[in-house]
Every structure is written in C-alpha cells, then in structure tokens.
Design a protein around this ligand. Structure first.
Ligand code: ADP
Length: 670
C-alpha cells in the first residue's frame, strides 16, 4: 500500500510503525509503538476509497469501541482520520488469533476451554449490558494478549438497537458458519440471542477443533444450520454436550441467555464464583498518577490536564492517558518518554496541548528502533520481511518482538539526525548489545430460505487463480510468479525507478547507523502443545495432524546476524525454534521441501511470490479479488534438526485457510 507522506504525517508524529500483523476484509493491521509511552499498539489502517460503501461499518466500529471499556475487549486508544485514510490505534495482542491457537493444538481440553469461555462470557455479558450485539463472534475475532487473556475485536457488524437490545434486528450479517438459524432464514431476530448461538458454535470449535456446521457448499451449510443437527464427538463430556445443546437451540427463546451462562454449572465447574463481567476499567474513571505524569509533561495544572483527558477525543491525549494507565496496571512505571528526533524538530508527540519535557530519562525500554526516512520507507514496511533495522539494544527488549522492523520517521533529514544521534548513543553505550447492507440474494432454489451470500471457498477462486506452472528451484533468486527477480533484503517495489533513490538512501542509512540485521520470530506466548490425534469424527481431518507442532513452550527468539550471517540470510533458510505455527517435516533438505511445495501450489490454484525461502501465497476470487493471503516459509529447526514450514494467515476465512494449507502440506508429501 503506497504511503502518502502527508496522509501519514499525523500517524508518524506519535507512532513508530512496524510490519503488517494481520489484514481483514477492510483493513491492514500493523504493529506500532506509541513514542511517548513506549507501548506497543496495533494500528488498523483503512483506505477510505477502498472502503466505499463499507465506510459506515468502520464508523460503527469506532463508535462502539469508544463506548466499550472492558478487560476482555480490545481497547481503542486513538483515531486518526485524514482525507484518504482512517487509522485506529488499538491495544496490541501479541498472542495472535484464538483460531490459530485452536488449530495449533488441534482442540482444547475442557479445562482450558472453560478458562477462555469464561472470558468470552464476561466480554459478551458486558457488551450486551451496554446495549450492543456483536454479531460476528468467531475465534478469528478473539485475540490473545501477552498475559494469555482473550480480547474481543471487530465491532464492525455490531448493532445497538435504539429501543434496546430486546428490539428486533433485520440485517443478516456475520460469518455463515456461526450464524443463527433465524438469521439464515432472513427472519427478524434479537441480537443477543443470535450472539449466544455463535458462542455455542465457538464453544464447539474450542472443544472439538472443527465446526459443528460446515460444508464447502454454502447451501448445504445453510441447510445444516436450519436443521440444527450436529454430531457430538465422543470426547465431549455430558456437561459439554448439554451446554452446547442449550446454546445451539433452534428456537431462540429456548436458548440460554448470556446472563444464564454467568453461573451455569458447566461454567462454574472448578470455580467458586460466577463469571465476573463488570468492567475493571470503567469508562470515565480518572487515574491520578497518570494525570500527574501528563501534567508534568504538558507543563499544565492537574485540573486542566484532567479536563483535557475527560474530553475523550480519542486523540493523542486519550491515547497517552490510556497507555499510561495500561502501563500502571501492568506494574510498569507511570512515565512518559521523549523521542529524540521529535525533540530536535521541536515538534511534541503530544501534539494537542502537550508540551515536551526536557531531559527525560527512561529507566526501561530505551527506545531502540532505527529508522529510515518516510520516503524510502513508504513501501518498505511491507517489503522488508526479513530485515530488521535496529540498534543492538533491541536485542534486550521484551517488546516489540518483531520479525521485520522498519520504522518511519518524519523526514529524511530527521531520519539521519536520529541515526546520528543513536549512533552516538550506541558509541557511548558500547558493550551493550544491541447495521449493514441487506441480504444479498443467492441463486439456486434455496433463495427464499437462505438469506446469506455464499461463503467464498478455494474452489470458488479457481477461475482466477493465476498459478505459475514454472517451478522456481533456486530460492536465492527471489522471483515472483512471473519470474521477476526481487532482492530479499531490499524493498520489493517492483523495481520502480522512483524508489531507487530511496533504496539508495536506505542503504546509506544502514551504513551510517552501522546497524545489525536482525531476524526475529514473532513473539508468541509459551504454550503447551497437544499432539493428540483426535481420532474419530473424521469430518474435518483433511491432512489432520499437519498443523500440530512438537515442542512445548515458545518464547521470543532473536537471532542476531553478523555480516557473515547476512550472507546466510540470502543463501539459506532461517533457523528458528519450533513454534505453534510451524509444521515439522521429516526432511533435512530445505531446497527439496521448497521444491515440493512449489510444485503443489499451482495444482491448488495458489498464486505465489517467492522471496528466498518464503512464499507469499494468494488465492483469487471472482472479479480478481484476493480471497486469501498467507505465507509459507521453509526454515530450519534447531531441535529436532529438521526442516519446518512456518505458516501465517494474513487474510481470508480461517477454516478455508486451514483446510487449504493442510491440503498443500499433505499433498507435498513432506
Ligand atoms: P477487518 O475489520 O478488516 O476484518 P480486523 O479488525 O478483523 O480487520 O483485523 C484483521 C486482523 O488483524 C485480525 O484478524 C488480527 O489477526 C489482526 N489484528 C487486528 N487487531 C489486532 C490487535 N489489536 N492486535 C494484534 N493483531 C490484530
């Protein structure tokens, strides 16, 4: 996505922007860092033109998120709107999607499911208490934070009926597999009742690792849902079977409500209290310590700082306050920091009323990330997946842990100044390492019964898949499907002439800063992994175990590459630890594994771009739209010493992705 400097200026004043960590139907989400607090954030970036008719959906999401403050709901910190873009700055959840967690473990135990389910009930009881229905509950919309707690996201389809939640809704929306039968049938429905059905589907997915109602053919899927029959696998306890049945009741009036769930016997098992659903972070609460720190920073009185914060504009003031509060709640010092580059240009990160404070010292997380100019970085973030430009101090940081780290600063000059500044500091520090559209009609005879549009499947994308028949055998020749070479460690950019000077500047900059190239694995929480094969049911098991992973416990891996190792980056696959999103092979030759995958992708109608040992894969739907985007990376594992394949979904339906990747990996016979 080309980045226009003027459009992003506002963002870069306050945030460092790193790599893409996800993308949805509307947005690209990038990792960021709030300069003043040093806190990691997720930045959801939406292009207004691309949003088109969906712009109101974004407005709905923003308004809802401003009104919701709960320990299990992803917090909105700031909204920046320009003439072409909308940026939502959100609480960062490094643990990824609950969906990926489920499939990595095949399915969760009843005990672990209960821990998560209680959090989902807590969030949903709060959401309903505020008069909202979420309407798009699914494991992709639940993220895991650094403490392994769930955070609900994606309020774009939520509804807040004017007359209260008891009023009927008509818009049919959400994901077909999670949609209640009354929605599928196009009937008016109560939002909270539909949410409980989705929670039932979600609970089933947690306990079983697959969906209760599933089919590649959407009409068959809709029929299954409207019939309401599903099979309970043998490992479900009688209590789980009963609860699922009470939630996935065809008659919405007979369904449990979220209130009933709070102290349901299944939910209470091994707990001595009902689910606590009240917000621990009620809206409007003002924390005196945060106000004091901000007041000092702004050189204002505490009273006027409080008044400013209480405006809740979701600007830099709101973001600074909420992020400081978050630091405090996690036991970190309530301190603001100052970005040197910002000082130099006498442009305060607290743009609206906040003033800079001289001579701040930070006892924690010294800023560490370097930097390029906005110009050369404009496309760089997406296109430098293997290179991290950071000073050595980063190596010691707990966060951000990033696979690729390229940071914008405001101007080339400033970038240089910053670099020099940091270089000096590095020299000093030597020794330290571094309500929505109405129903879309469906064809076929079921049209009157089913109100949802057909879900997209890989099969439906066949037509447009632009598979490359020519298998590329040399990973070092970074080539796209058309054989165009790209450089693995420089921005892709398709070799556009206008980018050349920027690349040059990037290279100069690296020289100047004497930076190290770092390869990080994404930060993931430790988790024990269950390799148990699920046995019967068999329905979902296409390739079954492929998504399993061996090792227990995953922590951030940081590999520092010396110049010698830089060559290795070009010449060989990355060496990484086993992670939950890595599939192990029994092979030891990475080129062979790569070639096997390369030969299978065209067969599966997967379009790809190759950069070294990473394949950026896409499937295409009708009208040339990308339906799915994911990465497969051949890498070397340390223990056991075998070749692994790291997978990451970037876009598209999670279950379709799961099936497709399982299919690719099992067909590749690796
Ligand atoms: P859309 O509204 O376009 O569907 P989402 O809000 O669902 O976009 O975000 C797309 C993806 O980006 C998510 O599925 C998730 O992987 C990632 N993501 C979104 N918000 C965050 C966050 N706060 N922290 C980490 N990752 C996030």
């Amino acid at each position: 996505m080309p980045v226009e400097r003027t459009e992003h200026h506002e963002l870069f004043k306050y945030y460092e922007v790193y790599e893409t960590i996800g993308s949805g139907g509307f947005a690209k989400v990038k990792l960021g860092r709030h300069i003043l607090t040093g806190e990691n954030v997720a930045i959801k970036i939406m292009n207004k033109k691309d949003l088109g008719d969906d712009l109101p959906r974004v407005k709905v999401e923003i308004e809802a998120m401003k009104n919701l403050s709960h320990q299990h709901i992803c917090r909105l910190y700031q909204v920046i709107e320009t003439s072409t873009q909308i940026f939502m700055v959100l609480e960062y959840c490094p643990g990824g999607e609950l969906f990926d967690y489920i499939i990595a473990k095949d399915r969760l135990s009843e005990e672990e499911t209960r821990v998560f389910f209680r959090q989902i009930v807590s969030a949903m009881a709060y959401v309903h208490s505020q008069g909202y229905a979420h309407r798009d509950l699914k494991p992709e919309n639940l993220l895991i934070d650094e403490d392994h707690n769930l955070k609900l996201i994606d309020f774009g389809l939520c509804a807040k009926p004017k007359g209260g939640l008891g009023f009927e809704l008509k818009t049919c929306c959400g994901s077909p597999a999670y949609a209640a039968p009354e929605l599928i049938q196009g009937k008016a429905y109560i939002g909270s009742e539909a949410d409980v059905w989705s929670m039932g589907v979600l609970l089933f997915a947690l306990l079983c690792g697959y969906l209760p109602f599933d089919d590649d053919n959407c009409m068959v899927l809709y029929r299954k849902i409207t019939r309401g029959t599903y099979e309970n696998p043998r490992w479900l306890s009688p209590g789980s079977v009963l609860l699922l049945n009470q939630m996935m009741q065809m008659d919405p009036k007979r369904r449990l409500s979220v209130r009933h769930l709070l102290d349901h016997p299944w939910v209470m098992k091994d707990y001595n209290s009902p689910v606590a659903w009240h917000s621990r972070q009620p809206l409007g609460h003002i924390d005196e310590d945060c106000i004091t720190e901000m007041a000092v920073n702004m050189k204002r009185s505490r009273a006027s700082t409080t008044a400013l914060v209480k405006e809740w504009r979701y600007d830099q003031t709101t973001a600074t306050y909420l992020l400081l509060l978050s630091k405090k709640q996690r036991g970190k010092p309530v301190r603001l920091r100052l970005e040197p580059a910002v000082c130099e240009d006498s442009c305060s990160p607290l743009h609206q009323g906040l003033q800079t404070r001289e001579a701040l010292h930070f006892s924690e997380d010294e800023d560490a990330v370097i930097v390029g100019s906005l110009e050369f970085c404009s496309d760089y973030i997406d296109d430098c997946p293997w290179v991290s430009v950071a000073n050595n101090k980063d190596m010691r940081l707990a966060s951000p842990s990033v696979e690729k780290k390229c940071v914008y600063s405001l101007t080339p000059e400033r970038g240089r100044t910053t670099a020099q500044h940091r270089q000096e500091r590095r020299d000093r520090d030597q020794g330290q390492t571094s309500e929505n559209k109405e129903n879309i009609a469906v064809q076929e005879k079921d049209v009157e019964i089913f109100a949802l549009p057909p879900p997209r499947t890989p099969a439906s994308s066949k037509k447009n898949a632009r598979a490359n028949k020519k298998v590329l055998t040399t990973p070092n020749q970074n080539a796209n499907v058309n054989g165009a070479k790209t450089n693995p460690v420089t921005p892709k950019g398709g070799g556009s002439a206008s980018k050349e000077p920027n690349k040059k500047r990037a290279a100069e900059f690296k020289e100047l800063a004497n930076v190290e190239i770092l390869a990080f694995s994404p930060e993931r929480r430790s988790r024990s992994l269950d390799m148990a094969v699920t046995g019967d049911s068999g329905k979902k098991k296409r390739g079954g175990k492929v998504f399993g992973s061996l090792e227990r416990g995953l922590d951030k891996m940081i590999t520092m590459l010396t110049p010698g190792k830089k060559r290795a980056l070009r010449d060989g696959p990355r060496k990484i630890k086993v992670q939950y999103n890595v599939t192990l092979t029994s092979q030891t030759n990475p080129d062979q594994v790569l070639n096997q995958i390369l030969s299978i992708l065209p067969e599966k109608n997967v379009d790809f771009t190759q950069k070294g040992y990473t394949l950026k894969c896409r499937t295409w739907g009708d009208f040339g739209k990308v339906t799915m985007a994911f990465e497969l990376e051949v890498c070397l594992l340390q223990r056991p010493e075998v070749v692994g394949i790291r997978r990451q979904r970037l876009k598209g339906d999670a279950w379709v992705y799961k099936h497709l990747v399982e299919d690719i990996l099992s067909t590749s016979s690796i």
